[in-house]
Design a protein around this ligand. Structure first.
Ligand code: ADP
Length: 259
């Protein structure tokens, strides 16, 4: 028993210095994973010690985005050891806890335990843990809020109204649990045609920004719908898009002001 208590104290102390940034969205397919991966990279480039947890039980896509497919985490005693991505920061994914290619029907408690294993892994001196949540407001989000106390949440939405109505539910979930909303990110905002050069707005534009203003929430920035982003995601190379740097800088300021 004393041993267990010691381990707990150590983990709590260690975690005190580590902040969790939860990245959520109201629905799937809005680019939450893409933004999480690119924000983690941008934060790492700012010189921050960042790690990424892929908690998306429905479609864990970080192993592909971060080019760690086929890399399985090792266990060090009771703890998992994160996998080092070629981008220079460590990561762990729900997808790495199951047999490759096997879909599994996660029940609530199981998903909660798996999330705990990823978050309480041996993250060493990692200061910021970016957590890519599943879309919506289910068991994993609840367990995230109740057990792991994120420092703040970033909400990703497309400019589309429907995505925003869903996003509002995700915002409410965090806000009602006292998790500060760091801000909203509008993804797939405007499309620059590589052929004619004209910019169009397939999903409308500015929706997330005006929603953020209405809700008196900070707006962190927009990311265009860009072929380069989609291609880099599929290739696991991550796109170098200035918009991500800007949002990561906003995140950095937020964290500093919180200190
Ligand atoms: P989510 O995590 O919200 O389900 P993903 O990050 O998996 O969404 O993105 C869904 C799809 O959209 C992926 O194919 C991804 O490459 C693509 N995508 C996301 N954001 C952009 C963007 N800004 N420009 C182009 N494609 C994008």
């Amino acid at each position: 028993l004393p041993e267990v208590a010691e381990v707990r104290i150590f983990q709590t102390a260690e975690r005190r210095g580590r902040r969790i940034i939860a990245v959520g969205s109201g629905k799937g397919g809005v680019g939450k994973s893409t933004v999480s991966a690119n924000l983690a990279l941008a934060l790492a480039r700012q010189g921050r010690k960042v790690g990424l947890v892929d908690a998306d039980i429905y479609g864990p896509s970080q192993p592909r985005l971060l080019a760690t497919e086929g890399m399985r985490p090792m266990a060090k005693g009771q703890q998992l050891e994160p996998v080092m991505s070629p981008h220079g920061f460590p990561m762990l994914s729900m997808g790495q806890l199951v047999e490759p290619g096997k879909a599994i029907a996660w029940r609530g408690p199981m998903a909660g335990n798996a999330l705990g294993q990823l978050i309480d892994a041996d993250w060493g001196d990692t200061e910021i843990l970016v957590v890519d949540l599943p879309p919506g407001t289910g068991d994993v989000q609840l367990s995230m809020i109740q057990k792991h106390k994120p420092a703040g949440a970033v909400i990703i939405s497309t400019p589309q109204d429907l995505a925003l109505i869903d996003a509002t539910r995700a915002i409410d979930l965090f806000a009602s649990a006292g998790v500060p909303i760091i801000g909203l990110v509008e993804n797939m905002s405007g499309y620059a045609c590589p052929h004619c050069g004209e910019t169009s707005d397939p999903f409308g534009s500015g929706g997330a920004q005006s929603a953020a203003m209405d809700m008196r929430l900070p707006f962190l920035g927009r990311i265009p719908l860009a072929m380069a982003i989609r291609e880099a995601s599929d290739a696991g190379t991550l796109a170098q898009v200035a918009a991500f740097e800007g949002i990561a800088a906003e995140l950095g300021h937020w964290l500093e002001n919180k200190d």
